[in-house]
Ligand binder design. Sequence first.
Ligand SMILES: C[S@@+](CC[C@H](N)C(=O)[O-])C[C@H]1O[C@@H](n2cnc3c(N)ncnc32)[C@H](O)[C@@H]1O
Length: 207
Amino acid sequence: MATILRDWSYRYQWLYDGISRIAALSVGGESRFRRLALQDLSINQDTKILDLCCGSGQATQFLVKYSQSVTGLDASPLSLRRAQQNVPQAEYVEAFAEKMPFPDNYFEIVHTSVAMHEMEPQQRRQIFQQVYRVLKPGGIFTMVDFHRPTNLLFWPGFAVFLWLFETETSWQLIESDVPAVLSEIGFEVSRHALYAGGSLQVIQAKK
Ligand SMILES: C[S@@+](CC[C@H](N)C(=O)[O-])C[C@H]1O[C@@H](n2cnc3c(N)ncnc32)[C@H](O)[C@@H]1O
């Protein structure tokens, strides 16, 4: 699955960002989209935030408006170079999310935006366990990613999007019950909201 457009969207940041902006129109625009998972959280300038799988800093640029202690982690050196250029206010770490090089109980918030659909189910569970480990007790994990549309009208556009840009792991994500997996790991899921005809899910879960 996926087409050449997937490779191009990773190679050319303008294409990735343009597509994200168009997709974000379904929830009222990019600015609203990037803040959906942060609603009602208490964040100040010293709140230690991790942007997990930060890409080129697409969510990081919003996180640095809330806190001066933001770290972006990604496995791609190219994305990290771009993130460093785009959002120099954050610190960056090159690593795999399933093997995060941070101490236990370190962050107050771990945020991940449209990245968990790239993981195999077992890998995603391993990443959630790592998130649990690096969060402080009482810390919050926030995630925004695809979900199985609940409104039939959203299915055609959603399916075409996945076919053009995504791989099998996106279909696996929408088949899985993420809040249930998080609860099994020990999180207390405090929010699970659906947007864009159910095709987008926002989760907040407390350690
Ligand atoms: C679709 S992009 C999301 C970028 C950004 N968070 C956003 O909101 O647009 C997914 C990112 O996850 C990164 N990634 C994929 N697998 C990873 C892994 N196992 N560990 C760390 N980063 C990973 C990719 O390099 C890519 O930058």
